[in-house]
Design a protein around this ligand. Structure first.
Ligand code: B12
Length: 219
C-alpha cells in the first residue's frame, strides 16, 4: 500500500475526520478525483478490511473508518445544477442484501463530474422498487455494484430484469466481486462489465466498452 493510503487509513482509524479531510483536499490540489478514489481511498479501505479480517481492529474501528471515508467522499462530490436537458441519466444502486456502498458513491460522483444526471439510490435496494423507479425516471444507464462473490447471481438477476425494460437502459456492473471474479467482457447486449474507475472513466468519456481480453455470455 502507498504511503498516502497508509496515512489516511491511520487517520480513519484514529477517528481524525479533520486531518483526513485536510489530507484529501491537499491531494486533490494536484490529482484528479478518480486518482483519489482509486489510488488512495480504495487501498486504505481494503487495508482496513484486512486488519478487520485478522482481528487486529474491531468492528467498531472499521465502522468509524468507514464513516469518515463516507464523509470525505461526500465532501469531494460536486453538486452542480442541471444545465442541459440533454444530460445523460444514470441510476446507481446496490442489489438486495448488499450493504457495501462506498464504491457506489464514487461511481455516482464520477458520473456527476462528467456531466451526468445521477440518482444514487444506495445499497440494498429491492428489485421491484428499483424497476419501479427506473420505469418512472428512464435512465440511460443503471450501474450496479457487488462486493461479495455470493452476490453475483443477484447481480445477474437485476441486470437481466433491467435490460428487459422497454426503454433499454445500458447496465453497468462493477464492484469488488465483479473485478475479483475476473468476469470477462459480457456479450449480452446492454450489459457492460467495468472492473475499475479507470475503465469507467474511459467508457464515460469515449463510449468505448472495456476490452477485458475475451468475451463470453454473462452467466
Ligand atoms: C466497510 C466494510 C463493510 C461495511 C460496509 C458499510 C458501507 N458503508 O459500505 C459493513 C460493516 C456493512 C460490512 C459488512 C460486511 N462485510 Co464488509 N467490508 C468493508 C470493507 C472494510 C471496506 C468496503 C469499502 O468501502 N471498500 C472501498 C471501496 C471504494 O471499494 P469497492 O467497493 O471495491 O469499490 C471500488 C471498485 O470495486 C469500484 N466499484 C465498486 N462498485 C462499482 C460499481 C460500478 C458500476 C463500477 C464501474 C465500479 C465499482 O469502484 C471503487 C473504487 O475503486 C471491505 C474491505 C474491502 N476489501 O473492500 C470489507 C469486506 C468487503 N467485507 C467483508 C465481509 C465478509 C462482510 C460481511 C459478510 C461481514 C459479516 N460477517 O457480517 C458483511 C456483509 C454485508 C452485506 N450484507 O453486504 C469481506 C468480504 C470477503 C469476501 N470473502 O468476499 C471484506 C473484503 C473484508 C475482509 N477482508 O474480510 N462491510
Amino acid at each position: 500500500m502507498n504511503s498516502k493510503s497508509q496515512e489516511l487509513a491511520d487517520l480513519f482509524l484514529a477517528g481524525n475526520e479533520d486531518q483526513a479531510l485536510h489530507l484529501v483536499q491537499t491531494y486533490l490540489e494536484k490529482h484528479t478525483k478518480d486518482e483519489l478514489y482509486q489510488l488512495v481511498l480504495t487501498p486504505a479501505m481494503y487495508w482496513i478490511g484486512e486488519l478487520w479480517e485478522k482481528n487486529i481492529i474491531t468492528v467498531a474501528d472499521e465502522h468509524l473508518a468507514t464513516a469518515i471515508c463516507d464523509f470525505v467522499v461526500s465532501v469531494t462530490e460536486v453538486r452542480r445544477p442541471v444545465q442541459s436537458l440533454q444530460k445523460k441519466k444514470a441510476m446507481v444502486l446496490g442489489p438486495e442484501g448488499e450493504d457495501h456502498y462506498i464504491g457506489l458513491k464514487m461511481v455516482a460522483s464520477l458520473l456527476k463530474e462528467n456531466g451526468w444526471e445521477v440518482q444514487y439510490l444506495g445499497p440494498n435496494l429491492p428489485l421491484d422498487a428499483a424497476i419501479d423507479s427506473a420505469d418512472r425516471w428512464k435512465p440511460d444507464v443503471i450501474a450496479l455494484s457487488a462486493a461479495l462473490a455470493y452476490r453475483l447471481p443477484v447481480l445477474k438477476k437485476y441486470a437481466e430484469a433491467f435490460i428487459a425494460l422497454d426503454f433499454k437502459p445500458t447496465v453497468v456492473l462493477g464492484g469488488r466481486a465483479v473485478s475479483m471474479a475476473n468476469l470477462p467482457v459480457s456479450d449480452t447486449e446492454g450489459i457492460i462489465i467495468v472492473k475499475d474507475l479507470d475503465q469507467l472513466k474511459n467508457w464515460i468519456q469515449s463510449g468505448k466498452e472495456p476490452d477485458n481480453d475475451f468475451s463470453i455470455s454473462f452467466g
